[in-house]
Write a protein that binds this ligand. Structure first.
Ligand SMILES: *[C@@H]1O[C@H](CO)[C@@H](O)[C@H](O)[C@H]1NC(C)=O
Ligand SMILES: *[C@@H]1O[C@H](CO)[C@@H](O)[C@H](O)[C@H]1NC(C)=O
Length: 307
């Protein structure tokens, strides 16, 4: 009896192993297929992302096409991509916390998560009902950040989904809100010797957390838990980038055949320059480039980037 059940147990274990191996092979095929295709807009969220948040703080909706992060007194919440990427266009459609969202911070960012990390951030600072969100962006290269810019948006980001994305290649990084560029960062390595994110693949992260000590009117307006849970909704997990398999950046550094390497993406076109200037003139709340208190000497990249 003992021998038999041991044997059956053994078979069962083997079966489990095989299923696991088939499932993980399928996942790899799906991921590869998707990047050869070019738009992952209809791919299910869990194919590319994982969350360690529990069911009270992370929800999957619409047959896997949408997810929600929830913030309450008990916990913040987040998700992260299963893979790392380099260059291309990485974005997501986000509908921010409606109503009173003061003190909440929703972050959507790309990070190499290394000692001298590269990072590109979107951070949405909530507000009391009817008052505008602030979108803060930042760029780290080789571990150096402190390049915060803050803008108001020209729409209510909690009323509907909008796409927040980054175009990233060897020449420039451009942050977009839908089709409007809101920020650029040129590769100044050759000209100015400044670090540029071109050697490390990045993971895709999002989270919602309590930032009441600094977020709303510099920490004057505190988060009010009466309005919890604070819910942010995501859809269209748009990634069209080089996939760094096994988290190795080398194949992406070597590859030069991505569409994002084409000359039309090396600089902003006329329409984009016009749009970026429109944002600069009408929506900027804060710019590290003009903060003389913090930067008595204007950072060198500020003369080269429009905004
Ligand atoms: C919140 O609203 C106030 C008043 O309109 C505004 O000054 C502030 O910039 C808004 N945003 C944040 C995040 O505080
Ligand atoms: C939180 O919101 C509730 C409902 O509007 C209000 O009664 C309460 O005074 C608020 N708390 C704080 C600390 O502002």
């Amino acid at each position: 009896m003992v021998a038999t059940s041991y044997y059956e147990g053994f078979q069962g274990w083997r079966l489990v192993l095989c299923v696991t191996c088939i499932v993980s092979n399928l996942q790899i095929l799906l991921v590869l297929g998707q990047y050869e295709g070019s738009n992952s807009g209809s791919t299910k969220f869990m194919t590319n992302y994982a969350s360690s948040s529990d069911g009270q703080h992370f929800r999957i909706l619409s047959n896997g096409q949408q997810v929600q992060l929830l913030l309450d007194e008990h916990s913040a919440s987040g998700f992260v991509s299963k893979h790392k990427y380099m260059f291309g266009r990485i974005g997501m459609r986000i509908k921010l916390v409606p109503g009173n969202s003061a003190g909440t911070v929703t972050a959507y960012y790309l990070s190499s998560d290394t000692a001298r990390h590269d990072e590109m951030d979107f951070e949405f600072l909530g507000n009391v009902s009817g008052q505008p969100y602030i979108l803060q962006t930042n760029i780290y290269a080789g571990g150096k950040g402190q390049r915060e810019q803050r803008i108001y948006l020209w729409f209510d980001p909690s009323a509907d989904f909008h796409e927040y994305s980054v175009l990233w290649n060897r020449k420039q990084i451009v942050f977009y809100v839908d089709d409007t560029p809101i920020r650029m960062f040129k590769n100044n390595k050759a000209a100015l010797g400044q670090d540029y994110p071109d050697s490390q693949a990045v993971g895709i992260y999002s989270s919602i957390w309590n930032g009441e000590n600094w977020a709303t009117n510099d920490g004057w307006v505190k988060l009010n838990w009466t309005y919890a849970p604070f819910i942010v909704t995501y859809e269209k997990f748009n990634v069209d980038a080089c996939l760094a398999l096994q988290h190795s950046s080398d194949p992406c550094i070597a590859a030069t055949n991505g569409w994002w390497e084409e000359s039309e993406y090396e600089t902003l076109n006329f329409k984009d320059v016009e749009r970026l200037n429109w944002v600069k003139e009408n929506y900027v709340v804060y710019n590290y480039c003009t903060d003389r208190g913090r930067n008595p000497i204007r950072p060198i990249e500020c003369d080269i980037n429009i905004l």
